[in-house]
Design a protein around this ligand. Structure first.
Ligand SMILES: *Cc1c(COP(=O)(O)O)cnc(C)c1O
Length: 421
């Protein structure tokens, strides 16, 4: 029996309607930018396995650091103990995060990094005797699948069964360069009529919405408005963090810095799950008291797991190296050239890019998980390239270490498949 057949017996996959899509391809190996399936076919991983393995799969440097850590200290409780890997990681993060960040809180995944940020914001005000009940978020944002994170997400097509249980959110459009004034008016009305705890947003790029890029000055104006009206700002950098946009963090493009930042995905270079919620000293200080209940009683068993910390330390070493920074610039320049070329294609409506992120919209209306989208995905796979279209958007987010030849193959495959449409 193949892996695919054995899988069907006991496994329930995420984001899948098993009745219409019963098959999951067995992947048995990954190295650098290449995934190998159980039949020996190879695919270029052009979306870095959901934007995680930016330094290439099974990266030797990360493996080395993780291996050393495994022999030294595997796991220890983090509520009463600390350990060298957590301390070193906190120092390395502080060196690259926006300057106003002061404290690091550990989580296991992107959703709980956001969940934690939402709880921090609520308790920040609760501890000051100011109970707040509402949040602000962008239309079409995505922040994860736990209840708080799901509430903040505006991509709610699949949230139907849970809608009655979500927290209170007011939505604003993303800034497009022409709608500053209306957004600020809308914000004013929301803030005047509600007790707003925080604004949760994906800075500059909305990943799950289809790599939609918005206006940096407009975002800065929104953050400034929030902060001057005592609304905390939570930057969800789970997708954008660690070099994707060409800077360490998307918030580096924005003048006003967030009070809280959520990180995961590329944090460990795809080696193990881990997430971070960082915050300013001011947020942290609101939890200091002789009253135990004012502390932050949120904890995951694997908080600051040493193996995860070691993988993250190694990933930051790589990210900040000259070699990786040069690679990011190289991929970024190639995307610009490809954009110039493909934007005149008859099937292409528009293109956009920032850093190693590239996206094009097809000149058609497609369902997010419809038949044309399935056809595109399988056509790309037949050509040996793993790309995962979202609605009518085809996007690329390759590992920084992709070779020029591999990147060229991703581009020519997209062109070829578009020509066949
Ligand atoms: C992926 C993602 C999340 C959720 O992360 P998980 O690890 O899948 O829970 C949250 N926010 C953004 C912006 C993401 O891209």
């Amino acid at each position: 029996m193949t892996l695919q057949e054995r899988d069907k017996k006991h496994i329930w996959h995420p984001l899948k309607q098993h009745q219409t899509h019963p098959n999951s391809l067995g992947i048995v190996k990954a190295k650098g930018c290449i995934l190998t399936d159980e039949h020996g076919n190879e695919y270029i991983d052009a979306i870095s396995s959901w934007y995680t393995c930016m330094f290439g799969h099974c990266n030797e440097y990360i493996i080395g650091k993780v291996h050393q850590q495994m022999q030294q200290l595997d796991q220890v409780m983090f509520s009463d103990f600390t350990h060298p890997a957590a301390v070193e990681l906190s120092e390395k993060l502080m060196a690259i995060l926006p300057q106003n960040q002061a404290k690091i809180f550990f989580n296991d995944n992107g959703s709980t990094a956001v969940e934690s940020a939402i709880k921090m914001a609520l308790q920040y005000y609760f501890n000051k005797g100011d109970q707040r009940t509402t949040f602000i978020a962008f239309e079409n944002g995505f922040h994860g699948d736990t209840f708080g994170a799901m509430s903040a997400s505006g991509l709610s097509v699949y949230n139907g069964p849970f809608e009655d249980f979500l927290i209170n959110i007011h939505r604003i459009p993303v800034p497009n360069g022409n709608n500053h004034v209306e957004i600020l008016q809308q914000l004013e009305a929301i803030v005047n009529n509600n007790k707003v705890a925080a604004f949760v947003y994906e800075p500059l790029v909305q990943g799950a919405a289809g790599m939609k890029i918005h206006n940096a000055d407009g975002l800065d104006a929104i953050i400034k408005f929030c902060q001057s009206n005592n609304v905390l700002t939570i930057a969800d950098e789970v997708m954008t963090g660690f070099g994707k946009t060409g800077k360490y963090f998307a918030s580096d493009y924005i003048e006003t810095k967030p009070n809280i930042i959520c990180l995961s995905k590329a944090l460990t270079g795809g080696m193990v799950p881990m997430a971070i919620t960082s915050c300013t000293q001011e947020i942290y200080d609101a939890f200091l008291s002789n009253d135990i209940a004012k502390g932050y009683f949120h904890c995951h068993t694997y908080s600051a797991n040493p193996i995860g910390c070691a993988a993250a330390i190694a990933s930051i070493d790589l990210l900040t190296s000259e070699e990786i920074q040069k690679n990011i610039q190289r991929v970024s320049r190639s995307h610009v050239e490809f954009g110039e070329k493909i934007k005149t294609h008859a099937k292409v409506k528009s293109t956009r890019n920032i850093g190693v992120i590239f996206a094009l919209d097809l000149d058609t209306n497609m369902e997010r998980y419809g038949t044309l989208r399935d056809l595109l995905l399988s056509s790309f796979m037949k050509e040996g390239v793993f790309l995962r279209p979202l609605g009518n958007t085809i996007y690329i987010q390759v590992p920084y270490v992709i070779t020029d030849a591999q990147l060229e193959k991703v581009y020519t495959t997209i062109e070829k498949v578009l020509n066949q449409l």
